[in-house]
Design a protein around this ligand. Sequence first.
Ligand code: ADP
Ligand code: ZN
Ligand code: MG
Length: 480
Amino acid sequence: MKYEAVIGLETHIQVRTRSKMFCSCANRFGDEPNTNVCPVCMGYPGVLPSPNREAIRATVRAGLLTGCEIARFSKFDRKSYFYPDMPKNYQISQYDLPFCSRGAIRLSGTGFSGAPLPEKAIGITRIHLEEDVAKLTHFGGASGVDYNRAGVPLMEVVSEPDMRSADEAYAYLTCLKEIMQYGGIGDCDMEKGQMRCDVNISLRPAGATEFGTKIELKNLNSFRAVHRAIDYEIWRQADLLDRGVVLQQETRGWNDDSGESYLMRTKESAHDYRYFPDPDLMPVVFSDADIEEFRRELPEMPEAKRARYERDFGLTAYDAGVLTADRELAQWFECAAEKAKQPKLVANWVISELLAALSAEKTTLEQCRVKPGALAELTDLIASGAISGKIGKEVFAVMLAEGRSPKSIVEERGLSQVSDAGAIVQLVSEAIEANPRQVGEYRAGNAKILQYLVGQVMKLSRGRANPQLVVAELKKQLDG
Ligand code: ADP
Ligand code: ZN
Ligand code: MG
């Protein structure tokens, strides 16, 4: 490759709060259009905005979780523009004094294409808080405006131009989303527009130190689209540069259906937003003690969780990774592991049986009939030898279907393991009698046939005999 790509992302993330940023309307997706509106978010004259503390706290939390410095003094500014998605004709945002600046996100794991990523941190230039704008829907020559979204708290996370490939951008977004979800900051559901991303990308000759002319790409509504759009744009810009074209700064859109970007506007038509401090809003001042308090309240992040699972529960890095990939799953697992005698066994069951069942039944953890306490009880039954792992699976299937406790299922169906010596002697004798040919082979020196005979005893016991005792008794009767 003759060129190196330079990529910086601007990501908007809706903050999960009960009410909007500057009024008490509900911050809720999916309601009837224009039902969560009031004079403040509709921009009526003479109203006063009042800032949402929870949204500010969440933004500071986002900053701390990405290693940012938190401003002791910050303020809100008005960004002027005229468009139907913003009834006030200005958006309340932050200009020169954002809440958070100069942080970084460490990439981890593999990229979209499965290739391992370099150990690398992506700088965070700033995180500021603003209000979202209305959602426009265009149909048949007309447009509809839904102001339910206008005024919803929205963070903008601006990265440094530190990424060099579509894979790195994809990994950055994955890590960012994980941090936001774990931090209880936002749900980041892209289908609901809760996370939206603009990509800035330029090419420069490999080895050059100066950046090339950047193109901004908009309308990217999935991580996959981001990945595709970057690869496409690298190809498009490289082709132009090869032909000696001098690139101009421009904003382009992405058409995910055709897999191509298209020109939206050039630099000449760039907006002048005429930022100025919002005179209706007081500056926000934090003391060192305030920030210390924010720091103390930070939740445990996936990396720390993974390390703890490996250390305290003896899990492999892979298993710890699977269990922490999703915050709800991690909570579910911890709840079960706390109650169980063997947390590692719980981990195995969650990863192999529970997750498989959820995907087979296309259901969620929340809807699942098996609760953490019940899985803990099941693994305890297996660990104590009361039932075998194989019977455990049978019990688990009933738990999934009926949501009952494993103990009651085992009792009702008489599934508990047979460890009674007399019963085992009886079962083994029966199996030996019924299989004279295999017994002969065994005695003639074919040790492998023992496994077959064990299987026969298990069958006679309908899977309930204690396998260790069966092996010992078989050897005793055959060798003796
Ligand atoms: P603007 O003033 O046009 O908004 P900024 O300097 O604020 O530009 O940068 C916006 C985003 O573009 C940031 O994420 C930044 O990392 C990225 N960026 C800046 N310069 C380049 C470049 N030459 N190539 C790629 N990305 C860039
Ligand atoms: Zn309102
Ligand atoms: Mg900018």
